[in-house]
Ligand binder design. Sequence first.
Ligand code: UD1
Length: 368
Amino acid sequence: MKILLVAGARPNFMKIAPIVRALKPRSVHGLVWKIVHTGQHYDYEMSQTFFDELEIPEPDFFLEAGSGSHAEQTAKIMVAFEKVCQDEKPDIVVVVGDVNSTLACSVVAKKLMIKVAHVEAGLRSFDLSMPEEINRMVTDTLSDYFFVTEKSGIDNLLKEGKPKKKIHFVGHVMIDNLFYQLDRLNHQDPSQLSIYDLKKNLEKYAFLTLHRPSNVDDRATLADIATALNEISDKVPIVFPIHPRTKKMLKSFDIKLSQNIHLLEPLGFRESLFLWKDAIMVMTDSGGLQEETTALGIPCFTIRENTERPITIEEGTNTLVGNSSKGILEAFKKFEQGSRKEGKVPELWDGKASERIVDVLVNVKETL
Ligand code: UD1
């Protein structure tokens, strides 16, 4: 059986790394797998550094899609991936997450009658203004195998009429990667990390990531969020590795951040983990960090109106604070006054999701 494993953007790399680790020992049983990097993310800090640090082998195919409008980016990936599929004739294409590469490659594979397996299937924000929601919905419409991270994913897929036997509740590959990297970090000399001195010099700090178009592409919204962040940073310094999109938008809108907000270039996975795991709180609009903070019990304030990962709210340490300064500041005030969510780690977030996925994929062989 031949599998093509697709990754394109930063959050995909964390998700394929543990799958690759689980696939490696199975290769001897007639399982062939190859990695396709679409090139959606391409800067060294957004791509290569993750391949190195997360121990992902060099991709077998690099599609060089690059940036562009959604249509341009998706189309470039589709044209290049179709050729790879025609040449390689895989039995299954495995896509992860909800980025444009996920949608592009699942459409191409399905039209070539290749089975599609979606890792992180079934999540729904029910907010179609989010490009990721469209990517999730289209990918799940086409997928043959659904690997689900949390119960809401099962419910959503069943409501959408997916057959129960194709839905596999396996836990979360993102958490497999987190636990693996945390262990690596604990066995490493932290003074080798570039942000070691910064952390050492901060008695306490908050950690921030921000990159969603709905937060950073509109001047008034970004300015309002910046007002809240500047005010919070008067009380607690904020460490902020900045996404290229956000950097570009802050500059073009001429929005100034306080000196108490420590701006960093995008960080590798381990450096980022080294910082946020000891932060007093995390503020983010990322999908993955909502889940990772829940897994490690760190308070997380999500700068969004909704989340496709409700278990992080229901069981974890996540709180939705919206994307206005009012909501962000109210949440921070409560936090300052000592309000904390008692979180627990969701079911099957145990570091073994990739093993479960590979077990299913190996057995799929019989049904192909
Ligand atoms: C993409 C995903 C988003 C994910 C995020 C993580 C989609 C629709 N969005 O958003 O779900 O949370 O990745 O980072 O797939 N850029 C660079 N260097 C790079 C890559 C991008 O400078 O290596 C800049 C470019 O100006 C580009 C912009 O970032 O236009 C946006 O990149 P893109 O991949 O389109 O979307 P992200 O905002 O990164």
